[in-house]
Design a protein around this ligand. Structure first.
Ligand SMILES: *Cc1c(COP(=O)(O)O)cnc(C)c1O
Length: 365
């Protein structure tokens, strides 16, 4: 079976983990600080706050932007549920706006309509889904016009670029995940990026019980700290990220070329001003065919995944909060059409050849 994910752990990870174990400094330690600095530098942001996971990163990022109970935060319904949940953690209200079916990301035109209709929007939480940056020119223009805090959910987009600038460096704060299936892994882990020194200081307090100096706690905080062990893995991972992105892109371009004339599927589009890092390679296939197609792939040794089979507001918990179907028509339609296929850097040429052959033969049997 050709798997949809394949975590990579190499010699460097083992070596650094051994060093941490030998040092017996398992919780906060020098690797946490080193990882924060290297990841922030890599992403073109001034400050990085390592912490427990992508979800806690989102929560802290929203708090750093001053999100309070009752505030309205606009986001996409086509993402992992953690995106919207983090808004609820703050006691704020998620307002869902529709996506562009070509990029799977928030449609700036829809976003502007929502900003006009809803008024008093405190923040916009965008998601660079599958590793593709949102249209940052359009979104920054709206930020200037409507004055909202901008948070980037970059959990799938380490190293992704818009006009040669990396995601995570555009907004007031950004959240990344290093969960075991992401493009950089530490098992569980996350980081918040910001360019604002005051905000960085506040975020650092939030992840560490609101602590200002030793035993002085000035704000409400949590224990969202990252371990030295996890950070050591992250450092080794970060050293390899560009090689691994290059392999993902090369696999994706091979698929885009091989599948371009197939009538039953649509390949992902890559806007010319973006570097798509292909956390997922996601095709669209008609809703009626999708189940059959996925079964066909599995029967022929190719695993696949659906990210995401439902928009967030149609999840039972969100229905209970009063959200109704039909809110975002494009996102609801797309949720029935997407299929992600293996694109990770461990795939051999034989693997990607096989994926191409299997998919090209669909419908001939
Ligand atoms: C993975 C992910 C998260 C959550 O990250 P965790 O580290 O699993 O908490 C949030 N948003 C998106 C878009 C993700 O892909």
């Amino acid at each position: 079976m050709i798997n949809i994910v394949c975590p990579i752990i190499e010699k460097k990870e083992r070596q650094l983990i051994k060093e941490v174990l030998d040092s017996k400094i398992l919780a906060s330690g020098k690797y946490v600080e080193q990882f924060e600095q290297s990841f922030a530098k890599y992403s073109g942001a001034k400050f990085g706050i390592a912490n427990a996971n992508g979800t806690t990163s989102l929560h802290v990022a929203l708090l750093m932007c001053g999100i309070k109970p009752g505030d309205k935060v606009v986001t996409t319904p086509f993402s992992f549920i953690a995106t919207a949940n983090s808004i609820l953690f703050c006691g704020a209200k998620p307002i869902f706006t529709d996506i562009d079916p070509k990029t799977f990301n928030i449609d700036p035109i829809e976003l502007e309509n929502t900003l006009i209709k809803e008024r008093n929007i405190k923040a916009v939480l965008i998601v660079h889904l599958y590793g593709l940056s949102c249209d940052m020119d359009a979104i920054l223009k709206l930020k200037k016009k409507y004055k909202f805090e901008l948070i980037e959910d970059s959990c799938q987009a380490h190293g992704a670029e818009f006009k040669n600038k990396k995601v995570g460096s555009f907004g007031d704060a950004a959240a990344f995940s290093f969960y075991a299936t992401k493009n950089i892994i530490t098992g569980e882990g996350g980081i918040i990026l910001t360019n604002d020194r005051k905000s960085d200081k506040y975020g650092r307090q939030i992840v560490n019980h609101g602590r200002d100096t030793y035993s002085i706690h000035t704000v409400l905080g949590y224990n969202y700290r990252l371990t030295n062990l996890a950070a050591a893995i992250g450092i080794a991972q970060l050293e390899q990220i560009e090689n691994r992105i290059a392999k993902r892109i090369s696999n994706a371009l091979k698929y885009n070329d091989a599948f371009k004339n197939l009538p039953f599927l649509k390949t992902p589009s890559i806007p010319t001003n973006c570097r798509h890092v292909f956390h997922q390679y996601t095709i669209k296939i008609s809703a009626k065919e999708r189940d059959m197609f996925i079964k066909y792939l599995a029967k022929n040794g190719v695993s696949s995944g659906i990210y995401y089979s439902s928009v967030i507001y149609k999840q039972p918990f969100y229905k209970k909060l009063g959200y109704k179907s039909g809110l975002c028509g494009q996102a609801e339609k797309i949720a029935k059409e997407v299929v992600s296929i293996p694109v990770h850097p461990v795939l051999s040429k034989a693997d990607t050849d096989k994926v191409v052959e299997v998919i090209k033969s669909y419908g001939k049997c």
